[in-house]
Design a protein around this ligand. Sequence first.
Ligand code: 3HC
Ligand code: NAI
Length: 646
Amino acid sequence: MSVISIEREGEIAVVTVENPPVNALSQSLRQGLWEAVETLDADPSTKAVVLICAGRTFIAGADVTEFGKPPVPPHLPDLVERIETAAKPWCAAIHGSALGGGLEVALGCRFRVAAPDASLGLPEVTLGIVPGAGGTVRTPRMVGFPAAVDLVTSGKPLRAGAAQAAGLIDAVLAGDLRMAAIAFARDALNAPLPLPASRRPLASPDAAFWTAHEAALTKMAKGAIAPLRALACLRTAADAPFAEAMAFERQTFLDLRASEQAAALRHVFFAERAAPRPAALRNAEPLPLRSVGVIGGGTMGAGIIAALRQAGLPVTLIERDDEAVTRGLANVSGIFAGGVKRGRLTEDHAAALIAGVTGATDYAALSDADLVIEAVFEDISVKRAVFDQLGKVCRPDAVLATNTSYLDPRMLAPGLPAPERFIGLHFFSPANVMKLLEIIPVPETSARTLATGFALARLLGKVPVQSGICEGFIGNRILKRYRAAAEALVRQGVDIAEIDAAMRGYGFAMGPFEAQDLGGLDIAFLQREGARSAGQDVPETLGDVLVRAGRKGQKTGGGWYDYAPGDRKPRVSEAVAHLLAGQITVGPSMTRAEIARTLVGEMAGEGQAILDEGIAGKPADIDLVEIHGYGFPRWRGGPMFAVARD
Ligand code: 3HC
Ligand code: NAI
């Protein structure tokens, strides 16, 4: 089947691309478009061409599956130029997403029109590359450098309205896009043609513009190379003639395409796309979700409610008493107020979101809920009492979930009627922000219940990973090993600050000790103490020594570091050196690279044990957990990927 078809509507030819699922620019599509230009150039009855796509989207970019292979002609920059220099003007009619090479093809067209809900962008940096077919050279000629720098270095798309305001497209067309685009093209023939993008004049910014952007990007990129290389392409576009800038961009694209960072980011790209729809659940029908209950409106409950509301679901919050209901609702309102403060939500939207939360103390309010998520204290008897109630009031087909971090989900709902609807849904804090959702079936969990967990993740825009049952599930189990390994280095005489700096240098926002100071050392301490009092043999950690000395982290003015009042900057602590002195021996010195390699190796080692035990299904799942739950640098591909490539 051909990926291109041509129809005639009088003097307008309509070229339709059909290359499912996302009309990616595979070799056959590039060839097909090239031939369409040739055919229509030679057709005297055609005066203009509308380029439109079938299916869910306009051309969503280069075919990422081809990136590991040598480029095959026709190359995309040549195709874009061929469209730009066609004898007839082309008009791109965009619905869905025009991304990467898709937008570059559209920029080769003389006109661009889009449906109101379309989006346009250059996401290449998120794949570790730069645009490779004129994106950095034509875009500034359409929208100017400030907007082009934002588009190219952030990778974030613009909605149609904003794209029109920026000058990236000519019109936003409501109604039937094909008909509207044909009418637009017909109209456009009555006026002189605009200059093609490559011939439009440029306003080059001064040197200070580039220095400022370079400094900001270096800070933000935390080791990712593509955003800075993209900036260098834009700067070349400002300073050099068109052809020279195109050659520079292409060479940068080809260099980066073959880089380790791009390979890692492609690995993450495909892992993220596979995660929400596991093959094993292909035939399982999830329960439709129309309303959700949340038990407990503390840190996690409030975050979960915020996430559910932002996905449009009405929520009932159950708390212990009226006062706690009021506090829980205030916690949720606080999250939305933060959104308003940061300009992410309007006051009206925030009000509508909170209006969709009903607070109650009586479980009867959950009699018709499709899903209930428990987020009460981490205490087995409190949780059991909750599931006892839920078993009595909820519909027998309602899915009942626990957000426990460490308790064994098999122990939380004994005697639950219809136990096949029980599951663990482990959100991460803040639950309305963090993308990871660990999904933990118990032996009784049905495929429908499991599929509902994945459907919820899709609805909330989360990255779901299925986990078996072990202490801490996948993520917290690896975190425990990571922290223990970091402490082991301290015992060998490696400086605490040096370990944190090494992990920041690796690409984490924070090192393991700074992160504990921020979150508080007491939570893990109490957990260890609980295990000790239950008779388990849990050796004393260095963290325990600090907590016993009252050093619980930033909130007590000191943990692994000291903090001046009102200042979050960690300062190396004499007191800590003194407290730990007896436990530290002086070993061989380590470079930061060696420290990072050791600690990432430990994470991957625990990941491998988790795989061997069947707790996780594949290495990519471990990578997703670390990237989306624990701040592992995306451009390293996750610990399993990084160690396998090392
Ligand atoms: N190449 C190859 N396959 C792609 C692809 C691409 N560019 N984009 C998506 N796919 C595949 C996915 O892997 C998935 O495959 P599967 O069904 O086998 O799992 C399928 O298409 C559907 O993808 P999604 O689940 O993501 O579909 P959605 O409808 O949710 O989203 C989308 C559609 C917004 C287009 C989203 O797929 C997306 O953002 N794609 C990436 C776009 C991109 O990064 N483009 C730039 C590529 S680099 C480039 O163009 C370089 C150029 O400058 C030379
Ligand atoms: P929290 O202490 O902030 O909130 C718990 C809430 O539950 C309180 O508002 C309390 O009033 C309410 N509650 C207690 N008993 C109740 C009952 N019987 N009925 C109704 N409401 C009741 O605790 P947090 O941090 O929100 O943790 C909740 C659960 O989420 C725990 O199981 C915890 O392990 C888990 N979790 C916590 C994470 C975190 O980072 N805080 C991360 C992931 C999971």
